[in-house]
Structures are given as structure tokens and as C-alpha cells.
Design a protein around this ligand. Structure first.
Ligand code: NDP
Length: 539
């Protein structure tokens, strides 16, 4: 494989030169570990990673294509036995994984262990124990009178070579959510991690080392140009998680090549806090949902709509809880200077538009230690309420009632997840049906991305791809219908020659099956029997 030694970013001092206005430019910024004081050694460079030359990606895909054919021949039970070993490796390397993600992305160790390690063990369990049943052939009911001697079955075949392109915010969990079922289904995967988290990407691949035939899983390291080369390299499916702008580019590239694609994009999730909620739970849940992973989650709470009746009490409690958060312990540093600059821009615009900062506020220019920030926002036509912020900022909007909260939630171009906070579960279920969101949580937020059996999906600018659950497997495979005809007849009713008897048969059938009233149907039945007998005699 052609490769060059990376000019990939190293951990280091925070850079102040991010250009938020050029989100697709290759990143060369440096990043810091979370709050350097708490990260001994966080300033020293990490090991170098070999970058894959865009020109070498096609070769990786060609190798994957050959390997996939043999891999798909391995019985699914054997594939499951091999991949089940990943669980033990994950758990045995829990501390190493958490430490690496902490250093590379700035996540607190606890978050890294809870979000990037433990749910992945469940994920491996779920898929390896259910894959045989999920891939099992299923019969299709065929009417024995209309289709004598015929049986039909649906198989689920692998797509072939899957391109997996992932972001930096959950650099272990997000790739594994697709890798495990894709490989179990018999696909080969070429995986392009984010250039911001290349070591986590390499670590993910190393969990499969020695388990898979050569070429079944390979890693293409590098930036957007490597991702674009992968999309162009003749793959059979692109599974992408990332930002809307990149998602659109990939959608266009895939459309031009007629390659199916699964896109999981951004979010602007709301929490709808109703007057009858358990206020303490709602405030704690919203504060966690907004600030976990320093707000760098597609499902972060980026808007709160709180009913007027409890607004003051809720805001007071949310602000108090936010002030209790310890920088670097509860809330990590942001991962990139580019993202921190976007958050700063949204925050400043919101303040210009009349928002009042109640806790936190922007850090000194260039710092990644963005304090968790709460605002009361009087208006919604500001980027902080419209665009994905992807940082630790929580705008709270006071609304008259639930109706207004639902209308405002649904007005967004994003539609990933929404949470409803109320003691009335019946009302919550009724409201949930009216929400435009792929996931609705009642009295909780966001964590269901960790449930392997629960679909994670969105609409609008959040994309329509599905991760987890049998619905995701449907994207990673394609149905193949196999019809077996054991009829001894020499020809079918609908084969040549086309004759008047066939025409009469066809129209009589239409009348018998509902195209006429009662008497018309009886008359058609008589015609049908006569025409069928003529047809069976070859006329
Ligand atoms: P980006 O869209 O910038 O990048 C995502 C991946 O695409 C990276 O590996 C990137 O490479 C690669 N890439 C960039 N340009 C191209 C291209 N032209 N063709 C192919 N690949 C390309 O997203 P971020 O990494 O900044 O991640 C943050 C985004 O991800 C947020 O919007 C967030 O909401 C979303 N996200 C969505 C989730 C969901 O489930 N819906 C879950 C998690 C995150 P490189 O990084 O090297 O430039």
C-alpha cells in the first residue's frame, strides 16, 4: 500500500488560527488534551500515523473486493464466532482506549469509558448473537392457485465493499456501530476515520487484527481528499457520519456513481420541558444532555423550550447545576479550534441578538477550554438557535405551552432526537407522535445511540441513514429474492401466445376480483372458467 508519513495533527498547544468559515479545508490545526493541567504529557506529540495517499485508495478497494467474496462464503455462525472475540479485546483494553480518546479528543476519561467502551461490548453481543437469525432466509407467501408449484424465499446478501467514513466526536463507538454488523453480514469494509482522530481509528481496526482474512477490513487514513477518493473508488455502499456540508458532497458524488449511501448528519436537538415535569430530574438531564462530550454530539441538547409556568425555577436550577460542573473533570476541552471558533461565533451573535448569558461565556480567543454556558434567548432567528453549534452552549427559550414547543422543535431543518420532560406519560406519547425526530426520549436524552437494538436515525438535514437495529442491517445488505418453480406445466398462463382466450381471462379476472358488482362478478366467473379451459387447451 502506498503511504506517506503523516502530516496528521499531533496533540499539542491550542491553536488560535482556526478558520471557521472554511469547514471543508484540510485541517492542520493542533489540538490539546483536555485542560492541559489535568493531562500529564498531553503536550508531547503522539506517535505518527501513516497517511494513505488518495491514489492508493482504489487499490485498497480492489483488495477488499477480492477478500469479500471469500469472506461472504464463511458461514455466518463462524463469522460471528470470530467477531465475538472483539468484545473481550475491547473490555481488556478499556483503560487504554479511554486514555487514547481522552488524549486525542479531550473527553473526560469517565465519558470515554462509558460512551466509547462499555456500549461497544453490548453492541458486539447483540450483533453476534442475533446475526444468524437476522440473516436467515424468509419465505414469501405465494397463492398456490395463481402460482402453482412455486415457492419464494428472500435472502439478505452483503452489499460488497462498504466505505465507512466517520467523524471525530465518538471515534471508537461510531465506527464500531457500523463495522460490526457490516462485517458480520459478509461485507468487506474500507474505513476512513477522521483525520482529527486517526489513532482512535487505528485502534478500532486493531481490535479485529488476526480475526479477519487479509483485505476484509482496511483503514484509509487522511483528510477529506482521502474520503472523496474512497467514495470514487468503486465501492458498493457509503456509510457516512459527519456534518451536513460534507454529507451533501458525498450524496452528490454517490448519486453520480449510483452508489447507495447512508448519511447520519448533524442535529439541533431540543428538550421540551413541560410544567408538570420532575424539575430536578429535568434540570439534571438537560444539563448532562447539553454538556456531555463538551456538547460535541449530534444529539446534544442545543435548544430548550420550557413552559412559562416553571421557566424561572427550571432556569435557576439549570444554571446552578451548570456552575457546579468542574472544567476538565465533568466537561472536557473542545476537540478542535475550528469547532471552538464556530461556537464562539454563535454565542457572540446570540448576545448581539439580545440573549443573556446566565452561566459560563466564551473563553479567551484560541482556548479550547470552553466553559459550559447557559443563556436565556429571547428570539430564535439567530445562528445559535438555527444552526448546529456542536459545543457546550445551552440556549433556553421560554414558551407559552407545549404546542409552541412542538411547533418550534418541528420548524428546524434538523430532526435527529428530541426529549420530552413531563410526569404525564400518556401526554408525552401523544406529543411524541407529532414530533419530527428519529428518536424521542421521554424524561431522558440522547443515550439511546448506545443501544444496539434501537434504531438511530433522523430526517431533513440530520440525514436519513439508520444505525443500529435490524433497520441498519437492511442498509448494509440487499435483499435477493429466489423463486423456485417445481410446476410440471409446459407453460404459464401469461406466456406466449397472446390470444383472445387470454384477453378474456385477464378481464374476467379483473371483474371477479372486484371490478364489477355482484351479478357482474358471477357472470365474469362463468366467463373465466370457459376462457381458462380454452387457454389450458392451448388456445
Ligand atoms: P465532517 O463532515 O467534517 O467529517 C466527517 C468525515 O468525512 C471525516 O472523516 C472527514 O475527513 C470526511 N470528509 C471530509 N470531506 C470529505 C469529502 N469531500 N468526501 C468524503 N469524506 C470527507 O464532520 P466532523 O468530523 O467535523 O464531525 C462532526 C459532525 O458529525 C457534526 O455535524 C455532527 O453532528 C455529525 N455527527 C452526526 C452523528 C449522527 O449520528 N447523526 C453522530 C456524530 C457526529 P476529515 O475529518 O479527515 O476531514
Amino acid at each position: 500500500m502506498e503511504s506517506k508519513t503523516a502530516a496528521l495533527p499531533h496533540a499539542g498547544g491550542a491553536a488560535a488560527n482556526a478558520d471557521a468559515a472554511a469547514p471543508s479545508a484540510p485541517r492542520t490545526e493542533q489540538r490539546a488534551g483536555p485542560f492541559q493541567a489535568r493531562t500529564p504529557g498531553g503536550e508531547e506529540p503522539l506517535d505518527e500515523i501513516a497517511e494513505t495517499a488518495p491514489g492508493a485508495v482504489r487499490e485498497l478497494v480492489a483488495r477488499a473486493r477480492v477478500a469479500q467474496v471469500a469472506w461472504a462464503e464463511v458461514p455466518v455462525g463462524e463469522r460471528a464466532e470470530l467477531i465475538a472475540k472483539v468484545k473481550k479485546r475491547l473490555l481488556a483494553r478499556a483503560e487504554e482506549i479511554a486514555a487514547l480518546v481522552h488524549r486525542e479528543c479531550g473527553k473526560p476519561i469517565e465519558e470515554a469509558a462509558l460512551a466509547e467502551v462499555l456500549p461497544n461490548a453490548d453492541l458486539v453481543d447483540y450483533w453476534t448473537s442475533s446475526i444468524e437469525e437476522l440473516l436467515d432466509e424468509s419465505p414469501v407467501d405465494l397463492d398456490p392457485i395463481a402460482y402453482p408449484g412455486k415457492t419464494g424465499r428472500i435472502r439478505r446478501d452483503p452489499r460488497g465493499v462498504v466505505a465507512l467514513i466517520t467523524p471525530w466526536n465518538y471515534p471508537v463507538a461510531i465506527p464500531l456501530r457500523t463495522l460490526v454488523p457490516a462485517l458480520l453480514a459478509g461485507n468487506a469494509v474500507v474505513f476512513k476515520p477522521s483525520e482529527v482522530a486517526p489513532r482512535s481509528g487505528a485502534l478500532v481496526a486493531s481490535l479485529f487484527e488476526g480475526l479477519l482474512p487479509d483485505g476484509v477490513l482496511s483503514v484509509a487514513q487522511g483528510g477529506g481528499d482521502v474520503g472523496a477518493a474512497l467514495v470514487d473508488a468503486g465501492v458498493d455502499l457509503v456509510v457516512f457520519t459527519g456534518g451536513v456540508a460534507t454529507g451533501k458532497k458525498i450524496a452528490v458524488a454517490c448519486a453520480e456513481r449510483l452508489v447507495p449511501t447512508s448519511l447520519e448528519l448533524g442535529g439541533k436537538d431540543s428538550a421540551v420541558v413541560l410544567g408538570d415535569c420532575d424539575l430536578e430530574r429535568a434540570a439534571r438531564g438537560v444539563v448532562w444532555g447539553a454538556f456531555t462530550n463538551a456538547g460535541q454530539s449530534c444529539a446534544s441538547i442545543e435548544r430548550v423550550y420550557v413552559e412559562q409556568a416553571i421557566a424561572d425555577r427550571f432556569i435557576t436550577r439549570a444554571v446552578a447545576l451548570t456552575r457546579e460542573l468542574r472544567p476538565g473533570v465533568d466537561v472536557g476541552a473542545m476537540t478542535t479550534a475550528r469547532q471552538a471558533a464556530i461556537v464562539r461565533r454563535h454565542l457572540e451573535a446570540a448576545v448581539d441578538d439580545g440573549a443573556e448569558i446566565l452561566a459560563g461565556g466564551a473563553p479567551p480567543e484560541g482556548s479550547l477550554a470552553f466553559p459550559p454556558t447557559v443563556l436565556r434567548a429571547p428570539r430564535e432567528d439567530t445562528p445559535l438557535l438555527q444552526e448546529e453549534t456542536f459545543g457546550p452552549v445551552l440556549p433556553i427559550v421560554v414558551v407559552k405551552d407545549a404546542e409552541e414547543a412542538i411547533a418550534r422543535t418541528n420548524a428546524s431543518r434538523f430532526a435527529l432526537t428530541t426529549s420530552l420532560w413531563t410526569r404525564s406519560h400518556e401526554r408525552a406519547h401523544a406529543l411524541a407522535r407529532r414530533l419530527r425526530a428519529g428518536v424521542v426520549t421521554i424524561n431522558n436524552h440522547g443515550f439511546t445511540g448506545a443501544l444496539p437494538a434501537a434504531p438511530w436515525t433522523g430526517a431533513g438535514d440530520s440525514g436519513s441513514g439508520v444505525t443500529s437495529s435490524p433497520h441498519a442491517l437492511a442498509e448494509l445488505t440487499r435483499p435477493r429474492f429466489v423463486l423456485d418453480d417445481r410446476s410440471r406445466a409446459k407453460r404459464e398462463l401469461w406466456w406466449y401466445p397472446y390470444t383472445p382466450a387470454l384477453r378474456t381471462t385477464a378481464f374476467a379476472m379483473a371483474r371477479v376480483r372486484g371490478g364489477a358488482g355482484l351479478f357482474g362478478r358471477v357472470r365474469a366467473l362463468v366467463e373465466l372458467v370457459a376462457a381458462l379451459s380454452r387457454r389450458l387447451l392451448g388456445r
